[in-house]
Structures are given as C-alpha cells and as structure tokens.
Write a protein that binds this ligand. Sequence first.
Ligand SMILES: C[S@@+](CC[C@H](N)C(=O)[O-])C[C@H]1O[C@@H](n2cnc3c(N)ncnc32)[C@H](O)[C@@H]1O
Length: 273
Amino acid sequence: MLRQLAKLVADPRRYLPAARAKMLHQLKRWEHHLTPCFAPTAYFLQGQMDIHPVSRWYRPEFAAETGGFFLPGDQVERKITDFHTCDLVRRDMLILLLRTILERKIPGDIVELGVYQGHTARLFHHYLPERPLHLFDTFSGFAETDMRSEAAVTGLQVVAEFADTSVEMVLRRIAPRQPENVIVHAGFFPGTVPAGWEEKQFAFVHLDADLYEPILAGLHYFYPKVPAGGMIVVHDYNAWPGSRRAVTEFLAGKHEIAIPLPDKSGSALIVKQ
Ligand SMILES: C[S@@+](CC[C@H](N)C(=O)[O-])C[C@H]1O[C@@H](n2cnc3c(N)ncnc32)[C@H](O)[C@@H]1O
C-alpha cells in the first residue's frame, strides 16, 4: 500500500487513472456502508438509474430491448449532457420525459422560459437536436416588476439574481449541433413572444423562471399551444412559493393535475389532456 502511494506521489500522471479506477471499485464494494453516512446531509449519494451503463443493476439485454435512455432503432444521434452533478435525478427525469415525447410522436417545438447560463438548454438541444428549441430569458436576471410582485403575492423578498450570463455565453455552452434549431428570445417575458405564433405548437415546455408572474404568464401563453400528450414541466414547484402558487391557481378547474417530481427543487409535471 505504501509502495503504491509512493509511486502515485512520484508520478501522478501515470498512476492516477489506475488509482482512481481502483478506488471507485472499492467504493462500489462498500456502498451499502457508505451511503447511509451521507443520507442525513444536504447532499447524499444517489445511485445511477439501472438503465445507466455504470449501474450495478444494469442489464444490457433489457437496455437493448427498451433502448434505455434512447429509443430502439432511432436514427438520430442523441447525446445526454451533464449538469448540476448534485441533481442527476433531474437530468434523467428530463431525458425520460423527452424520450416519451419522441416515443409518442408528440408534435411541436421545445421551449424553455428561464435559461440562465444554458445548462438545461444544452441538455434539451443535444438530446433533441432536430427540434427547434426556443429560449426565453432576460439574460440580465429577474425583472424588478416580477420581484415586486413576488413580495406582494407570496411575501417573499427576492434578491436580484442570475445576471451573470449573456446570449453569447449560453450559445457557447450549448455549442449547437444544428444552430438553426436554437432560437433565442432575449428580454422580458411575455413581451418577447414573436408575432405570428398563433398556430405554433409546443411538445415540451420547461418553465424555470422561479417567480409567480413569469411562471403564470408562461402557463397562460404555452398551455393552449401544447397538444394532447405534450408536457409542461414547472421547476421549483417544491421550492419557490410563487412557482407553486402559479401552478395551483392556473390548474384550478382544469382536467390536468400537477404531478410532483422528486428532483432537488421538486418540479411539477403537467401532461396535456
Ligand atoms: C433558475 S434560472 C434558470 C436556470 C436554467 N433553466 C438551468 O437549470 O440551467 C431562472 C431564470 O429565469 C429568468 N427569468 C425570470 N423571470 C423572467 C422574465 N419575466 N422574463 C425572462 N426571463 C426571466 C432569469 O433571468 C433567470 O435566468
């Protein structure tokens, strides 16, 4: 052990990959003892889904039959990009919802309201590069009017956030494979909705603007444009009071319900009837 450690210190570039592989192997053997230690903390160890090739429970024959994260026989090259490594549940949840959109052949573009630095936008584009992806954000953070309204409606005093971004930064992060399919609508939503969208349909809508006003405006605008089987995911339903309130108010008297999803900030899924 000491000899191995000495080798590692003397020549880390050479010995680090093997040491890392060995350590990961040992971790796998000890996971039943290790994971409970982290369970009471803010961050705990979550297993990869069983359809992920690194999972201990990965069954190649099941993945071959179902496609796992992908559709069997799909001709399009789809990639899964990582983001927020403390919330892999969210990544997998979003991918499996997009996979369902493909499987059920739900027509329409993809839209995200609340892009910030483009992490989720990157995931959407690289999994569904053939569908137009519309990105709505001020790219300068929360709007004053929305923050004032948040205090009045929910009592939450919001501090200005998310200004450290730009359209260029987001496009650099996404590195689009089909640049014509990444369409940016910069400015205050809903003022940035383009003219002539009366007939437009959206298969998948991601509302991640945190606050009551933009989430409610997003629901009002996009809901009628989502065909049956299409989906609206509202992030922060179990974290931000305005997000939850907008969903509850909007769905009152409608057939759809908000299905709570257990990603870190608790999204709500609305499947259009
Ligand atoms: C939590 S961040 C989005 C994070 C991103 N979806 C991700 O996971 O990487 C929220 C974003 O919503 C945007 N936003 C909030 N209200 C808005 C409005 N009325 N119009 C446009 N963008 C808004 C903010 O500028 C901010 O970038």
